[in-house]
Ligand binder design. Structure first.
Ligand code: SF4
Length: 343
């Protein structure tokens, strides 16, 4: 039976990171050249923590999810780095070992997951298949018990086990996918825009389901998306991704009230609020093509604080009071105010 009562009260000190990503690099090799999709991504997450990963389309959010699952396919390639879940470096596992690690160590709920259900198979059979593919040592009875227990955990009646996908609503199908994702009690759940195709009420129910499971399993959750409102309600920390690099990682309160990086500031101020009467304020310029990244800081062509150094030197992430930021305004290389180039 799925034990949904894993102890969530253990210490969450720095050494208790259940997920450590170190210097993760991913590139895609195309006829037009190499596109660096992720560059030197590093972050830690403790059991029970919730991280939001935000950024514009093409910033590398979904690549990061796939890389964490070791699911990057050619022409993509993981070129370096580690993804350590509960002490195991997933990047060092064989294909067979990685298959076992998926669902049991790290689970991925992809965008539009509900459309991935097989329309001609009962939900229960799809759940049993998922368990068998990842751990064939579990007995049939245990598999059934786990499946029913997982359905219960996402607030679905056990009758759903015998139903077909077309008999369920969109929200129910999405909850089935979440139930499949937690069948083997993963330590880390990566949810890529899990509510994008759902109405607002169902979105909330799905997010509450993920949050309930986070507490029950003591799992860390990474929520990928661009809905800053959803992030504000759901996550503890936010990482802002731009052109494959984490520009800032702060707590959600710090990010919304006192963001450090100019791109994060532009993202926050682009949100409708009472002052701008709900009008959308875009960020000037376009996100760069990964095949032709600007020199230096990849945000420099759009940054209102751009300096000489920004055009030549890529800013490395630095830690400031527990926050991470990659911007020359916050490094020792910051030049005198007279050198600031106003764009
Ligand atoms: Fe702007 Fe320079 Fe900071 Fe990049 S490094 S965000 S260009 S100030």
């Amino acid at each position: 039976m799925v034990d949904m009562k894993r102890d969530n009260n253990k210490s969450t000190g720095v050494n208790d990171a259940v997920l450590q990503i170190k210097d993760l690099d991913v590139s895609y090799y195309t006829d037009a050249g190499r596109a660096q999709a992720l560059a030197g991504i590093s972050l830690n997450l403790k059991a029970g923590e919730k991280l939001g990963l935000v950024g514009e389309s093409g910033s590398g959010k979904s690549t990061m999810a796939l890389a964490m699952m070791n699911m990057i396919k050619p022409p993509g390639r993981i070129e370096g780095g580690q993804v350590i879940v509960d002490g195991t470096d997933l990047m060092a596992l064989s294909e067979e070992e990685m298959l076992k690690a998926r669902l049991s160590k790290i689970s991925y709920i992809p965008q539009g997951a509900m459309n991935s259900l097989n329309p001609v198979m009962r939900i229960g059979d799809q759940m049993l298949d998922a368990i068998e593919a990842h751990d064939s040592t579990i007995s049939k009875n245990d598999m059934k018990e786990r499946s029913r227990s997982a359905l219960e955990s996402v607030d679905l009646d056990h009758h759903v086990f015998r139903m077909y996908p077309h008999e369920l609503s969109g929200g129910m199908k999405q909850r089935v996918c979440i139930a499949i994702g937690i069948l083997l009690e993963p330590k880390v759940i990566v949810a890529d825009e899990p509510t994008s195709a759902l109405d607002v009420v169902t979105q909330r129910q799905v997010m509450e389901t993920i949050d309930k499971l986070r507490v029950q399993l003591g799992a860390a959750v990474i929520l990928i998306g661009h809905d800053m409102g959803l992030m504000a309600q759901f996550v503890d920390k936010v990482a802002v991704l731009y052109a494959g690099q984490i520009m800032e990682l702060s707590t959600v309160t710090e990010m919304f009230t006192d963001s450090l990086h100019p791109y994060a500031q532009a993202l926050i101020s682009s949100l409708p609020n009472l002052d701008n009467k709900g009008e959308f304020q875009g960020i000037p310029g376009l996100a760069p093509a990964l095949l032709r990244l600007p020199s230096g800081c990849s945000f420099h062509p759009r940054c209102e604080y751009v300096m000489d150094i920004c055009q030549t030197d890529r800013p490395l992430p630095v830690e400031i009071n527990g926050r991470t930021v990659a911007c020359h305004l916050h490094t020792n290389k910051e030049p005198a105010a007279s050198q600031v180039i106003k764009s």
